[in-house]
Design a protein around this ligand. Structure first.
Ligand code: SF4
Ligand code: SF4
Length: 323
């Protein structure tokens, strides 16, 4: 795999400072039942990194102390972490909104047959990857049979009330197949709605379009194919300063499976730690050191991959910024 950080280190991206923190994004580990081509965390079935129960307790301590109101759980497939259900149930008991970034196929993994019911019981918001409404495109990007499994999972979630009942929000996530920007979010949502409803009777609340980040597996593939510089030029050329106000690092911090903290999931994958004063742990900040600490106004570690967040309509965990 090609190292990406040296390619984006010399950056022209504008400075960003953190606003009010609303969301704690927690990566429960890199184990996943899939191994998608575009995966920016290099997740897969062979990965063994999983957040321990001790670190989950630190996450809960952080939530108890405030100020965030949303816990955004990601991975890998976060549901494969044995501590997933305890974290969800206890966070909900604290009154925290919980988002599960779900790959859908995990709902059919042996031993996880009751996962959909668990998520509905705790009113967990589901953000599910479905990079196209066409079978061929999904299977090419995410593996053979993934589209069919995803459709079955969505039907099951719909049957539980996801996509229609209040409090059971279901969002789908689109990302381009290759080094191009996502199409306009609202128009694509209409296409998804039409196809999924007419062909499968599937309902969902919203479509989120995400740009592919030129890092990790996707970035390395671009380097191998000689497309990295061209994609970076595309992102830089499409930069819109108006998106800077709403890049996700302004309101979110990201925690890795060991409890170390970053400005976002992408910086986590690049090994760029959150910068705060009085850091311990060899320059990295641990969540346990940040409990009760106000991070408003602190500087974000930006590099040229950040153009992936501000290009065109913009891109974040919550979809397009300018939609
Ligand atoms: S399902 Fe998500 S976490 Fe798993 S390999 Fe695919 S992109 Fe990565
Ligand atoms: S990549 Fe991360 S640090 Fe850079 S703008 Fe996007 S959210 Fe902020």
């Amino acid at each position: 795999m090609h190292a990406i950080l040296p390619l984006i280190q010399k950056s022209t991206f504008p400075a960003v400072r953190r606003g009010t923190l609303t969301t704690l994004q927690v990566n429960l580990g890199y184990k996943c039942n899939q191994a998608c081509l575009h995966c920016h965390v290099n997740a897969g079935p062979a990965r063994t990194e999983l957040m321990s129960s001790e670190t989950v307790e630190v996450v809960l301590d952080y939530l108890r102390a405030g100020p965030v109101s949303t816990l955004d759980i990601t991975g890998g497939a976060p549901e494969l972490n044995p501590n997933f259900r305890a974290l969800v149930a206890r966070s909900r008991a604290l009154g925290v909104k919980v988002i599960d970034r779900c790959n859908l196929t995990v709902l059919e993994e042996p031993g996880y047959e009751d996962l959909a019911e668990f998520l509905a019981l705790h009113a967990v918001e589901i953000v599910a990857s479905l990079p196209c409404y066409l079978e061929e495109n999904v299977d090419r990007q995410r593996g053979a049979g993934v589209f069919g499994t995803s459709i079955r999972a969505l039907k099951r979630l719909n049957a539980l009330g996801y996509g229609s009942a209040p409090g059971l929000r279901l969002s789908l996530v689109y990302n381009p197949q290759g080094p191009s920007l996502p199409p306009p979010q609202a128009a694509l949502e209409g296409d998804y709605r039409k196809h999924l409803s007419e062909r499968f009777g599937i309902e969902f609340d919203q479509l989120l379009t995400l740009a592919n980040m030129p890092i990790q597996r996707f970035g390395s593939t671009l380097v191998s194919k000689g497309q990295f510089d061209g994609y970076m030029d595309l992102l830089r050329g499409a930069h819109r300063a108006s998106n800077l106000e709403s890049v996700m690092c302004r309101n979110l911090i990201s925690v890795d499976w060991e409890g170390y903290v970053y400005d976002c999931d992408f910086n986590q994958m690049l090994g760029l730690p959150l910068k705060v004063r009085q850091r311990k742990n060899g320059g990295r900040s641990h969540l346990s050191d940040l409990i009760g600490r106000d991070l408003t106004g602190s500087a974000v570690q930006v590099r040229d991959h950040c153009y992936g967040c501000t290009a065109g309509q913009g891109s974040s965990c919550g979809g397009a910024l300018a939609a």
